[in-house]
Design a protein around this ligand. Structure first.
Ligand SMILES: Cc1cc2nc3c(=O)[nH]c(=O)nc-3n(C[C@H](O)[C@H](O)[C@H](O)COP(=O)(O)OP(=O)(O)OC[C@H]3O[C@@H](n4cnc5c(N)ncnc54)[C@H](O)[C@@H]3O)c2cc1C
Length: 401
């Protein structure tokens, strides 16, 4: 049976870097090793031990010079090209190491602050992201604004030298243990939706911020509802211009897509482990199982190549293809894991969490339907979807209650 490995042959610089990464991981990953299957980054609200282990691992990474690989040197990073970051992601995965606990801070918030923050904000917020002293979450989605993110109705109102925020955010990963959040809020209802948004840094442990864990079908609670009721934010914590929040959100979402490319580049290692497990069971000759395994290998390999391509081009519509492919690989992985376990799949085992997480991968960071629209419009040049609210003041756009 073919391997799921999607590694592309290294050049000289990559090979040297891979050897350095592999040697360091072999020495340090031991006590932090994650289980098989994709690692779940965010500690469950009820699992402080998992969180502490994650913080210790990130401290270890930072001390070894393995945090903020893509960040500029002056902010504690290593300024490495995406291709080397992909090598690191592959080695991290192959070593069974968990991702850094502050992944959202490092991969999404950091790039947004680097591009749009003030010097004072960068000095204050960036160093404790890399050491995991301060954890971050992303307060973008709302009950009425997910795919249509620019329709946020959480409102920030000027009040003296600061702002007062009121609204309801949802699906906020890791908000229960976050110290800070990056928030997208509406500051002007009288202009079209994209022009009236502003980004802020919000302190999560302040009066007016309430975090309620959302229980998932995995049994855990990795994300939360966040209610903001009169939460005060100083103007110093505004990121970018007033009304310029959409540009900040786009930077954050593009950084999330780069992370996706890194995730895809490391998909092969998980598939290899699953195939090794398959061979050790007595189902490897079953034609249905073999068919599913072949399909998984094909799709994981294509996704790996798409991921590599994403790392070598500026983020654009290709990211939609890669994200769609990534969700499919998760589903195929879960299908094969189920088929090879037969009736055993009804019992809780090392694959159960992966089974239950697979649907989420087709929603987070853009649903399959939204991605298909991007592909249709921007890659295939098909006629665009009607967007009747684009030039209308947001106040006049009909909304659900
Ligand atoms: C694991 C996970 C982690 C997440 N973490 C965060 C986080 O940390 N911070 C954060 O802010 N958000 C987070 N999210 C939320 C995520 O960004 C949203 O769930 C996603 O953008 C979809 O929005 P929605 O859930 O409101 O669904 P909706 O946008 O309401 O979509 C519902 C359904 O309608 C379809 N649909 C919507 N619009 C269209 C259209 N124009 N054409 C065709 N079909 C359409 C969708 O594809 C979907 O099937 C997370 C989600 C998941 C699953």
């Amino acid at each position: 049976m073919a391997s799921g490995d999607a590694t592309i042959r290294d050049g000289g610089e990559e090979a040297a870097f891979r050897a350095e990464a592999r040697a360091w991981l072999a020495e340090h990953v031991g006590p932090f090793r994650a289980g098989d299957g994709p690692s779940i980054v965010f500690a469950d609200a009820a699992d402080p031990e998992h969180l502490e282990r994650g913080r210790s691992w990130q401290r270890e990474l930072h001390a070894g010079g393995w945090a903020g690989l893509g960040w500029p040197l002056e902010h504690g990073g290593r300024d490495l090209a995406p291709a080397l970051q992909a090598v690191w992601a592959e080695e991290l995965r192959a070593a069974g190491a968990p991702p850094p606990v502050n992944l959202l801070g490092e991969a999404v918030v950091g790039p947004a602050l680097l591009a749009h923050g003030t010097d004072a904000q960068r000095e204050r917020f960036l160093p404790p992201i890399l050491t995991a002293e301060e954890l971050w979450c992303q307060l973008f989605s709302e009950p009425g604004a997910g795919s249509d993110l620019a329709a946020v109705s959480t409102t920030a109102t000027r009040d003296g030298d600061g702002w007062v925020v009121d609204g309801h955010k949802t699906w906020s990963s890791g908000a229960h243990h976050a110290d800070f959040a990056i928030l997208l809020a509406r500051t002007d209802w009288d202009v079209p939706k994209h022009e009236g948004c502003t980004c802020f840094v919000v302190e999560m442990r302040r009066p007016g911020v309430t975090v309620e864990p959302v229980r998932q079908m995995t049994g855990g609670a990795a994300f939360d509802d966040v209610v903001l009721a009169g939460a005060r934010v100083p103007d110093d914590f505004r990121v970018g211009a007033e009304g310029g929040g959409w540009a900040v959100a786009v930077t954050a979402l593009a950084a999330e897509r780069l992370q996706l490319g890194l995730g895809l580049a490391r998909a092969g290692a998980g598939v290899d482990r699953l195939l090794a497990d398959l061979r050790s069971r007595d189902v490897a000759g079953d034609p249905v199982v073999r068919q599913l395994a072949a399909q998984l290998v094909i799709e994981a390999r294509s996704a790996g190549y798409l991921g590599r391509r994403l790392l070598t081009t500026s983020p654009g519509p290709d990211a939609a293809l890669a994200k769609l492919a990534s969700g499919r690989v998760s589903r195929r992985y879960a299908e094969l894991a189920e088929a090879m376990r037969g009736a055993g799949a009804m019992v809780h085992d090392e694959y159960t969490l992966q089974d239950l997480w697979a649907p989420a991968t087709r929603i987070a960071g853009g649903t399959d339907e939204i991605l298909k629209t991007v592909i249709a419009e921007r890659l295939l040049g098909l006629p665009p979807e009607p967007r009747v609210d684009r030039d209308v003041p947001f106040r006049d756009v009909p909304r659900g209650s």
